[in-house]
Write a protein that binds this ligand. Structure first.
Ligand code: PCA
Length: 329
């Protein structure tokens, strides 16, 4: 009896031991952005923080630069569970819902403070939309404000006539169209080829991407139009998360909160450093003024109105929540 008892006890211990080592999980996280991006550096730090906090019980490998999965396939792959985690440019999901475009609307949030309020206001809806697909957002981090790169001095919106402008998402393409230009959607990593093969003449993006893609090889001017601060979102497959024990889950959530805080700060810093690098490479940076500023504003206004119509009640609620937050600041 006694023997059986200790045998059972030993067996239980043994199985616990096996269970705990078998529980060590290995996740893959796919991102379209390269190692030079502060986003990727932040996400790699997140993975390291999780490994440290869990003593290696959860090991997340970050696959950068679209090396594992192409941008447009990242969200479907996380949904299916092919990979457990992913990072995407949030507004690239705009074909699924206009709500995903909320951070690419001109005139709405042109500073880090406003962009943060907008994220807080949109988080509940976006979290719910992700949850409906078995996904869970972990954190979101903005790119610096978007501006316009040209190989001439941009002084007048009529210069957009016939100009082929690279844009990272549909809303930016609409904006270019409103200005009379010809938009082309191009992934960040494909920017150098788009210019060198003559497929595009100009682009809309941030100072960060301008720097990491060596904009000075193709263009001479940057119009700091402060259009909007679009975000990347990092998210996971909820089933994969549910399989983790409580302590590991908490470690993921804690590291995610820290990654969000760190990422917003990194974005500000990278914005300043990248602008400096552009100047050092002789890119002329200016703020749009006069008629150009007015035309950009008009093109932005019509984009915003068009979005409100498409997004309907959800948009109204979201904007109201955002305005309330701003009033509280
Ligand atoms: N860089 C990315 C997204 C926005 C940005 O600043 C890009 O241009 O593709």
């Amino acid at each position: 009896m006694r023997t059986m008892h200790s045998f059972a006890w030993l067996a239980a211990l043994g199985s616990l031991g096996i269970a705990s080592s078998a529980m060590a999980a290995q996740w893959n996280l796919a991102t379209p952005y390269g190692d030079a991006s502060f986003h990727t550096q932040n996400t790699k730090q997140f993975a390291e923080d999780v490994a440290d906090a869990t003593d290696g019980e959860l090991d997340i490998t970050v696959h950068s630069g679209g090396s594992l999965i192409a941008h447009s396939e990242i969200k479907p792959s996380v949904r299916r569970g092919t990979v457990q985690a992913g990072e995407v440019f949030l507004s690239s999901l705009s074909n699924e819902s206009p709500i995903y475009e909320v951070d690419t609307l001109p005139g709405l949030a042109g500073s880090y403070e406003d962009a943060y309020d907008l994220w807080q206001a949109s988080k509940p809806i976006i979290t719910q939309m992700f949850a409906d697909e078995g996904l869970m957002p972990l954190y979101a981090v903005p790119w610096p404000a978007q501006g316009i790169y040209t190989d001439f001095e941009l002084t007048d919106a009529s210069q957009f006539e016939g100009l082929r402008v690279r844009a990272p998402n549909i809303n930016t393409q609409r904006f270019v169209e409103n200005l009379g230009g010809t938009p082309t959607e191009t992934e960040e990593a494909d920017i150098p080829t788009a210019f060198s093969t003559g497929r595009v003449d100009a682009m809309i993006t941030s100072v960060s991407t301008g720097k990491s893609m060596s904009a000075w090889d193709y263009v001479s001017h940057y119009s700091d139009a402060n259009l909007w601060l679009p975000k990347n979102i990092v998210f996971i497959n909820k089933r994969a998360f549910d399989q983790l024990d409580d302590k590991t889950q908490q470690a993921v959530l804690d590291a995610a909160a820290e990654a969000e805080r760190r990422g917003w700060q990194a974005s500000r810093e990278d914005s300043a450093e990248s602008a400096k690098a552009l100047k050092e490479h002789d890119i002329t940076i200016s703020k749009p003024s006069g008629q150009l500023a007015e035309d950009l504003e008009a093109a932005g206004d019509s984009l915003f109105e068009n979005w409100q119509e498409r997004a309907g009640d959800q948009a109204k609620m979201l904007i109201e929540r955002y305005r309330e937050r701003q009033a509280d600041d």
